[in-house]
Ligand binder design. Structure first.
Ligand code: ZN
Length: 133
């Protein structure tokens, strides 16, 4: 399954819009019903408006009616394994736990698989909202 996710993520990575950083990222999200939804990073001249590949995959999946995810694979442009940024970890955590697969494009390194709850322990969630007002 990870090979299928890697192929999909690499395909999405080719569409990354990263003219400022040159750091193209691809992500492939596996839904509970077995579909693969991809995303790539999209940058903007107004830098803070950029959106990561992982978040774009989640938002696209949600727009297509998916709410349950089991795995997300992320691949960067270089030989290093990259992990989702803090913001993406938080967005992923909104939909529960899943496995995060950090892969690299050449397949020379074994992908690293880490449960999201290990990447973002004590995530802010809906329970925290009840402690406000
Ligand atoms: Zn991110």
């Amino acid at each position: 399954m990870d090979e299928e996710l890697l192929t999909a993520a690499l395909e999405a990575q080719q569409n990354a819009y990263a003219p400022y950083s040159g750091f193209a990222v691809g992500a492939a999200l596996l839904t509970a019903d077995g579909q693969i939804i991809t995303g790539c990073n999209v940058e903007n001249a107004s830098y803070p408006l950029a959106c990561c590949a992982e978040r774009n995959a989640v938002y696209r999946a949600v727009a297509q009616g998916h709410r349950q995810f089991v795995r997300i694979l992320v691949v960067g442009p270089g030989p290093a394994l990259i992990s989702p940024c803090g913001g993406c970890r938080q967005v992923l955590a909104e939909f529960g736990d899943l496995d995060v697969v950090m892969a690299e494009r050449t397949g020379t390194q074994e992908p690293k698989v880490v449960p999201l709850h290990d990447l973002l322990p004590m995530a802010f969630d809906r329970k925290d909202l009840s402690h406000g007002v």
